[in-house]
Write a protein that binds this ligand. Structure first.
Ligand code: HEC
Ligand code: HEC
Length: 228
């Protein structure tokens, strides 16, 4: 049996194809295909994630970073009040494997760029943590933080992170005040040892940390934590 019968043997079909009903039917098919394509290309252009979606996503971070970005564990950084630009850069770098945080990989590997922006904006709006400096670290910490060390070519930290330790959010210079000293000490050590090397911005800190002694890193970690 042939699947395609010559049209001349099917006068009814010719009539149907040229009839108004058929034309309307084809229009509907074309329209529905166009809608489907339109919707999927919108989805590919990453529609803004809803506030509900961001809340759901940050819920997965809270076990380590706290519900509002204030963490209780010293090696998990506080995120509350940190600048949006800095947060978004770090989350993308961790997702893309440029900054290695193995504990976090599973939680960020599927995030889209717009979800990362939404998460960063969420934490930037939360109330930052405050802390006090152990007095024994103030003298050395303050000297380096405010004045650097001209002879050794160490730039004053305050030039970028500000006197109050609040950083410079639009420039992407992170807030240090209120952060856990243990976390800061680990980061300065990681920059120094070449374990935190994610791109151009990290290069600034690698150069600076390379000149710091372990004792200076310890003093700075405690000093910046208590700034406000
Ligand atoms: C299992 C624990 C854990 C979970 C869950 C987790 N993180 Fe982290 N996160 C860490 C640790 C540990 C670090 C610091 C690693 C280091 O020492 O460099 C970190 C670092 C970060 C940093 C860098 C902060 C800074 O000051 O540079 C950001 C931003 C961040 N996490 C965001 C998130 C977000 C967003 C989520 C959820 C999608 C998340 N984390 C889930 C453990 C976790
Ligand atoms: C020229 C500007 C500049 C100066 C000076 C500077 N920093 Fe930074 N700092 C940055 C930038 C930019 C970053 C983010 C780098 C990245 O993406 O890893 C950063 C990151 C950091 C971090 C990591 C914060 C986090 O949440 O993980 C610490 C800690 C830090 N700086 C401490 C210091 C200290 C201490 C000094 C002085 C000895 C100093 N910085 C001097 C620009 C600067």
């Amino acid at each position: 049996m042939a699947f395609i019968t010559p049209a001349k043997e099917q006068p009814g079909l010719i009539q149907a194809m040229t009839s108004r009903g058929w034309v309307e039917y084809m229009k509907k098919i074309i329209l529905s295909v166009a809608i489907t394509l339109g919707v999927s290309s919108l989805a590919m252009a990453e529609a803004e994630p809803s506030a509900e979606r961001i809340k759901q996503l940050t819920g997965t971070c809270s076990a380590c970073h706290g519900a509002t970005g204030q963490s209780v564990v010293p090696n998990y950084p506080n995120l509350a009040g940190q600048g949006t630009r800095y947060l978004a850069t770090q989350i993308s770098d961790i997702r893309d494997g440029n900054r290695s945080v193995p504990e976090m990989t599973a939680f960020v590997s599927n995030l889209s760029d717009s979800e990362i922006q939404g998460i960063a904006a969420y934490y930037a709006k939360q109330t930052p943590k405050t802390s006090a400096t152990d007095p024994k670290f103030v003298a050395l910490g303050e000297k380096l933080y405010r004045g650097g060390d001209l002879e050794r070519g160490i730039a004053a930290c305050s030039a970028c992170h500000s006197f109050s330790g609040k950083g410079n959010a639009p420039a992407g210079f992170p807030t240090l005040s209120g952060q856990h000293p243990q976390y800061i000490i680990k980061q300065l050590t990681d920059y120094r040892e070449g374990d935190r090397t994610n791109g151009g911005e990290a290069q600034i800190m690698q150069t600076i940390a390379a000149k710091l002694s372990t004792k200076e890193i310890e003093a700075l970690g405690h000093y910046v934590s208590g700034l406000n």
